[in-house]
Design a protein around this ligand. Structure first.
Ligand SMILES: [Zn+2]
Length: 377
C-alpha cells in the first residue's frame, strides 16, 4: 500500500464533517484523496454522483462523455446549467466540479467508451461508476472491470424505479452477465425520450452509487455484492433482490467463453434502454380473454396484502415481492407464471427474479391492476 497523501490545512477544514465520522477520520480522508474513480457518463446518474464524489474529496475523477448539453438534459442532469446548452458536457462538468472542490484532479475523456479504449481507461482507476443508459456500454464496463478485477458500481433507472448494486466477481460477487446473460431482443426497447424518467430518480440512484463508491474506497461497511437494491418511488419502498453468481455465466462462470472486451454484446449498437424490456409481457386485455376462456392459469400478485383493496385478478395468489425468494417453492418451474402488481414495476422485477431463479416462463402483466381495472369488463 503506497503512502497516503497528506491533507493541507485547507483540506482539513473543508472535510471537518468527515474527520469526525467513525470509519472516515483523517485516515479515511487521506484514503479518499488517494483514490480514483472512472465515471462513465455525466448524465442523470453521473451528475449527482460526480458532485458528491468531488465534494467528498475523492482524489482523482475521470469523466467519459462525448456529448453536448441539450436543454432536455437539465431536468435531471444537475451538473449542467442553462449557460452550457450546446456546449461540451465534459467542460460543463469540469467547471462545476472545480467550483465544488478545486482539490480534485479531473481527467476529461471526450470519447465514447468502446471496446478499443475500455481496458486502457478502466486500468487507470480504482473503481468504475457506470452511469450509462444503454446495454452495450453496460456490458462493456462490466467486462472491462471483470478482466481488470475492478469493482463496477451499477445503477439503472426507468420512470419511477431504480436499481443499484456492485458487480465484483473478484470479490466473490456476481457480474452483470449473471443477472442479464445477453442483449435483449433488438427493437424491443423504446428510446429514453419515449421512456421518460422523473428527474429526481437518477438523483436518488446516482447518490446511492456515490455512497457505494465511497464505501469501497474507504473499505467500510458491506458492498452490495449479490444484492440488487430496488427503489420504487411510487410505493416509497426499497427492496433487495438476491443476485447469484451464475456458474454458467459466459464471463465469470466456471467455463467462460468470453475472453475479450470485444464481443457480441459490447459491440452492438447502443440504443437507449428500458431495464425491464427483456421481460415477456402480456396485456391485461389478453389476460382477461384467457381467463374468460376458462384457461387454467397460474397468476401471482406480488403486491402488499393491503393493496388488494384496489382490485384483484381472479385466481391470483398473493405473494408479496419481499417474500418471493422465501416462497419460491410455491411457484411451479415448469409452467407459465403470470405476475402482476399495481402498475407493472414490481412485477417486472419479480419476473426477472423468477427467471433467474429457474422459472423460465415467468411473464409480466403489463400495467398491473391499474390496466386490469381500466378494462371494460
Ligand atoms: Zn457473471
Amino acid at each position: 500500500m503506497p503512502e497516503l497523501p497528506e491533507l493541507s490545512t485547507e483540506e482539513i477544514r473543508r472535510y471537518a464533517r468527515h474527520l469526525s465520522v467513525p470509519g472516515v477520520g483523517v485516515e479515511g480522508q487521506r484514503k479518499l484523496k488517494a483514490s480514483s474513480v472512472l465515471m462513465i457518463g455525466t448524465g442523470g446518474l453521473g451528475s449527482p454522483a460526480a458532485l458528491y464524489l468531488a465534494a467528498a474529496g475523492v482524489g482523482r475523477i475521470g469523466l467519459i462523455d462525448p456529448d453536448t448539453v441539450d436543454r432536455s438534459n437539465l431536468q435531471r442532469q444537475i451538473l449542467h446549467g442553462e449557460s452550457w446548452v450546446g456546449k461540451s458536457k465534459l467542460e460543463s462538468a469540469a467547471a462545476r466540479i472545480r467550483e465544488v472542490n478545486p482539490h480534485v484532479v479531473l481527467d476529461l475523456h471526450p470519447v465514447r467508451f468502446t471496446p478499443e479504449n475500455a481496458l486502457d481507461l478502466v486500468s487507470r482507476y480504482d473503481v468504475v461508476l457506470d452511469g450509462c443508459d444503454n446495454f452495450p456500454t453496460r456490458f462493456l464496463s462490466n467486462d472491462a472491470c471483470f478482466f481488470l478485477k475492478k469493482p463496477c458500481v451499477y445503477g439503472s433507472i426507468f420512470r419511477f424505479d431504480g436499481q443499484v448494486t456492485v458487480f465484483a466477481p473478484h470479490l466473490d460477487g456476481p457480474c452483470y452477465r449473471c443477472m442479464l446473460p445477453g442483449l435483449p431482443a433488438p427493437g424491443s426497447a423504446p428510446s429514453c425520450e419515449e421512456a421518460g424518467v422523473l428527474g429526481v430518480l437518477p438523483g436518488v440512484i446516482g447518490s446511492l452509487q456515490a455512497m457505494e463508491t465511497i464505501k469501497l474506497m474507504l473499505g467500510i461497511g458491506e458492498p452490495p455484492l449479490g444484492k440488487l437494491l430496488c427503489y420504487d418511488a411510487l410505493a416509497t419502498s426499497f427492496r433487495t433482490l438476491r443476485l447469484r453468481r451464475d456458474p454458467a455465466c459466459r464471463l465469470c462462470g466456471d467455463a467462460p467463453s468470453i475472453r475479450s472486451v470485444s464481443n457480441t454484446e459490447t459491440t452492438a449498437s447502443a440504443s437507449c434502454e428500458l431495464p425491464d424490456q427483456d421481460i415477456a409481457e402480456i396485456s391485461a386485455a389478453d389476460l382477461a380473454t384467457r381467463i374468460d376462456a376458462g384457461e387454467d392459469l397460474f397468476i401471482v400478485d406480488v403486491r402488499q396484502p393491503e393493496e388488494e383493496a384496489e382490485g384483484t385478478i381472479p385466481g391470483a395468489r398473493l405473494i408479496p415481492l419481499a417474500t418471493l425468494s422465501q416462497r419460491l417453492a410455491e411457484i411451479p418451474a415448469d409452467r407459465e407464471v403470470l405476475v402482476h402488481c399495481r402498475s407493472g414495476g414490481r412485477s417486472s422485477r419479480a419476473v426477472k427474479f423468477l427467471r433467474e431463479a429457474g422459472v423460465p416462463r415467468a411473464v409480466n402483466v403489463a400495467g398491473g391492476i391499474n390496466a386490469w381495472n381500466a378494462l371494460d369488463r
